[in-house]
Design a protein around this ligand. Structure first.
Ligand SMILES: [Zn+2]
Length: 327
């Protein structure tokens, strides 16, 4: 049997640890800031670097009863840990920041992340969780540290059969999670990758309750994979809401209703996975108000109960993002 995995009761935010009951209404996957750099060279919407605009967006979220946001941009590829800390202080919103790694294409060639050993990476991730995050580490080795700490380990899979570098990074993340107790969040691009991620981390001893698998709702053609992953006990993160190039919000609601009918309401997390192109304060059409103003009312129209909404927006994030007992 797996050891560990019980919630310890605290969540590590950029302003310090909070009791998990204080998290409140939470978006489980957003990008509040992304510095100019490699991600934006690949896709210009991946540059979110106007402090006041992001702050305005968060203030609207706060005025609607929003309480907490998970920022899913990890160290070394545009994370702005100092701004996350400052904007959390100024807006009174809990922000959980990410150490770990993203898709390999988001890093400059010969990035330190690809050169370091598994143990070195694991110790570095733990250091960001237990001591403080580094800033300015996109184009050079980490040197400058701030007091704010990371609260999750972001990871990414972008191939159905991850290569050696990807496996080394995934294993470093597993090691860091086992030693620190903080959860792992994993970017995936196909259902097969979602299953691979869950199975790989569980095999390495990570409790399924400390695993959050992202983007599972990008394709809605096969609900069976959702069922399979929920049975593993991992968190399924639905963050393709208001992303109409993938599907409509009605289709998203149908998936959620089915998962609730199957009894998996305790496994779901919601977010918008925002980019510059969508955020209203940057000129887009989907703001951080979209869940509150549009999508949750749509869920109610589909017959979703208030207690299921409270689970997806408050109770599940409160458990998913809390530190768990160590192995
Ligand atoms: Zn994302």
């Amino acid at each position: 049997m797996l050891k560990g995995g019980a919630a310890t009761g605290t969540i590590r935010t950029v302003l310090g640890d909070i009791p998990k009951e204080q998290l409140g209404f939470c978006h489980s996957h957003e990008h509040l800031f992304i510095a100019a750099g490699k991600p934006a060279k690949i896709n210009s919407v991946l540059q979110i670097d106007d402090y006041e605009k992001t702050k305005d967006e968060i203030q609207v979220f706060h005025s609607l009863g929003g309480n907490a946001i998970v920022d899913a941009q990890p160290v070394g590829c545009g994370r702005m840990a100092d701004w996350l800390t400052e904007v959390s202080r100024q807006t009174d919103i809990h922000i959980i920041a990410s150490t770990g790694f993203h898709k390999q294409s988001f890093y400059v060639e010969d990035h330190w992340l690809f050169r370091w050993s598994e143990d070195h990476l694991a110790q570095f991730f733990i250091n960001e969780i237990e001591d403080g995050m580094y800033i300015g580490a996109d184009n050079c080795e980490p040197g400058t540290k701030i007091h704010a700490k990371a609260g999750i380990i972001k990871t990414a899979i972008e191939e159905d059969r991850p290569g050696l570098t990807a496996i080394r990074l995934l294993n470093a993340a597993a090691q860091a999670s086992l030693e620190s107790g903080v959860p792992i969040m994993c970017h995936t691009e196909t259902h097969r990758q979602g299953v691979f991620a869950a199975e790989h981390f569980i095999k390495h001893g990570v409790s399924p309750k400390n695993l959050i698998i992202c983007h599972l709702d990008r394709t809605l053609d096969d609900y069976s994979v959702h069922k399979q992953l929920a049975e593993y006990g991992v968190y399924l993160e639905y963050d393709t809401i208001g992303r109409y190039k993938y599907h409509s919000d009605e289709e998203e609601a149908d998936l959620i209703v089915q998962m609730l009918d199957w009894g998996y309401g305790k496994s779901l997390l919601l977010g918008l996975d925002t980019t510059r192109a969508r955020l209203k304060s940057y000129g887009g059409e989907i703001g951080l108000d979209h869940l509150k103003v549009n999508f949750i009312p749509l869920l109610r129209e589909h017959g979703v109960s208030e207690s299921s909404i409270a689970d997806m927006m408050m109770n599940n994030p409160s458990f998913a993002f809390s530190q768990k007992t160590k192995r």
